[in-house]
Write a protein that binds this ligand. Structure first.
Ligand code: DLL
Length: 433
């Protein structure tokens, strides 16, 4: 049986969880209405007042909040406490449009770190562990979140940040790191580098906590095998706090959402209608304990499924599936929905590593989908005919998975740039036209 960090909370009865949520939601709605004019206006537009929200059953009456609202209200428009009470800012990477900034009071940092501590404990972490944090530090939430969680657990924390792979591996060997925290694509890169240096038997890792981007079960198995560890998923987003909104336990059948802090809903992304357990849709979060930046009904754009099925680990909090892709990451190619994770599954089932790039362009008014994949070092000496057969094999698998043709090009090992943070897998050239 696992040791629990906050057993009475993580394994509370459903009735208890619901009672916490009801009470905290009512209080939170009032707090936001009174302190955030932007939100008050949104509620007024929808004809809702705090008196209308008496329990979780009334949640659907509240307006949704989207990333566009966060950009409109940038930078301080959604701050719900006086500036002097906020002690930290974190931010999203902001590849498109304005950055989103999130604020934290000391209480908010504490609850965020508790969530990350739960994730570390659920991955078997304890005081005796050396937690090697290779998520980026700075504005990105990965480094700060896992760092704080590791402190709460009482583990020895190595604030490596990302990059400088040589030094990462040296410290991992010298200091006997036992838990690695980074993006799955960086974990795969580290595993590849350790293997090439013949240092596999000098590392002492037992577990990895990987998240911040989509990764498939196939990629999990590959990393587990190469590093000799058990790999755990962790989910979160800056707007809601950062990593630790949800985390995997030893059962590995989904990620437990910290429901004492966040209420999760699944909605139909087109209509906004709330969907029942087990149906696929967009994940929406309401923060019920945060002070500085408490978003209500925030649309994450992440597509997944929720389940309240009993978990073998004993935890009672609802589980979310791995996100199947972001609704805004989803490609529409020739009218068909294509998620990068589908392509990754096909590649990994055929023994390729997760080093690939998806390129979409428009040729003669028609979409063209290309997938560049690195050959494994063993394939590199293959004949031209053998390579061409392998490309055809993948094209056929992709056709079955996606329903459309993708042009596959096998490229030499190490030609696709490695990532130290979130990997860039999609190049959509159609935006340039
Ligand atoms: O990625 C926070 C984080 C850091 C999570 C470290 C886990 C570990 P953002 O940069 O704001 O925050 O990006 C949030 O990343 O909406 C998802 O689309 C994606 N994402 C995060 N975790 C996962 C995961 C951090 N485990 C966005 N699987 C989210 C798939 C994930 N996608």
């Amino acid at each position: 049986m696992e040791k629990y960090y906050q057993r009475e909370i993580e394994c509370a009865s459903r009735e208890q969880i619901r009672a916490w949520q009801d009470e905290r939601l009512v209080k939170q709605v009032r707090h936001v209405y009174e302190h955030v004019p932007y939100y008050r206006n949104l509620m007024k537009e929808k004809g809702v007042t705090p008196d209308d929200i008496r329990s979780v059953d009334d949640l659907h009456k509240l307006p949704f909040l989207t990333k566009a609202d966060l950009r409109d209200a940038y930078p301080y428009g959604l701050l719900a406490v006086p500036l002097e009470d906020a002690v930290r800012i974190q931010s999203t990477s902001g590849t498109t449009g304005r950055r989103v900034v999130a604020f934290y009071t000391q209480h908010d940092l504490d609850l965020w770190e508790d969530c990350c501590a739960r994730a570390i404990m659920a991955a078997g972490g304890d005081k005796g562990d050396v937690v090697h944090v290779s998520y980026g530090y700075g504005l990105f939430t990965g480094g700060a979140g896992l760092n704080g969680g590791s402190h709460k657990v009482g583990a020895l924390t190595l604030p490596m940040s990302s990059g400088n792979t040589e030094r990462q591996i040296q410290f991992m060997c010298d200091l006997n790191s036992t838990i690695l925290c980074c993006t799955p694509s960086y974990a795969a890169y580290l595993a590849e580098s350790i293997h090439e240096r013949g240092l596999r038997d000098q590392i002492h890792l037992k577990a990895g906590i990987f998240g911040a981007e989509a990764w498939t079960q196939e990629m999990r198995r590959d990393i587990e095998e190469k590093l000799g560890i058990k790999a755990y998923d962790i989910y979160g987003l800056t707007e809601i706090s950062g990593p630790g909104v949800a985390y995997e336990c030893s059962a590995q059948t989904g990620m437990h959402i910290n429901e004492d802090h966040f209420i999760a809903e699944i909605i139909d992304p087109k209509t906004g209608e709330v969907l029942p357990d087990g149906e696929k849709g967009e994940l929406v979060f309401t923060c019920i304990t945060k002070e500085a930046f408490p978003l209500l009904r925030y649309r994450t754009r992440d597509i997944c499924v929720l389940t309240h099925e009993k978990c073998a680990c004993g935890r009672t909090h609802v589980k979310m599936s791995k996100p199947m892709g972001r609704s805004d990451d989803m490609l529409i190619v020739k009218g068909v929905n294509v998620f990068p994770s589908q392509i990754e599954t096909v590649l990994m089932n055929r023994g390729y590593a997760a080093n690939y790039q998806i390129i979409v362009s428009r040729v003669n008014n028609s979409d063209k989908l290309e997938v560049q994949v690195e050959m494994t070092p063993e394939m590199f000496s293959d004949t031209v005919t053998a390579v061409s057969n392998r490309e055809k094999e993948l094209e056929s698998d992709l056709k079955s998975m996606l329903g459309i043709y993708a042009d596959v090009q096998l490229v030499a090992p190490k030609t696709i740039a490695r990532s130290e943070g979130k990997a860039v897998r999609i190049i959509d050239k159609r935006n340039l036209y």
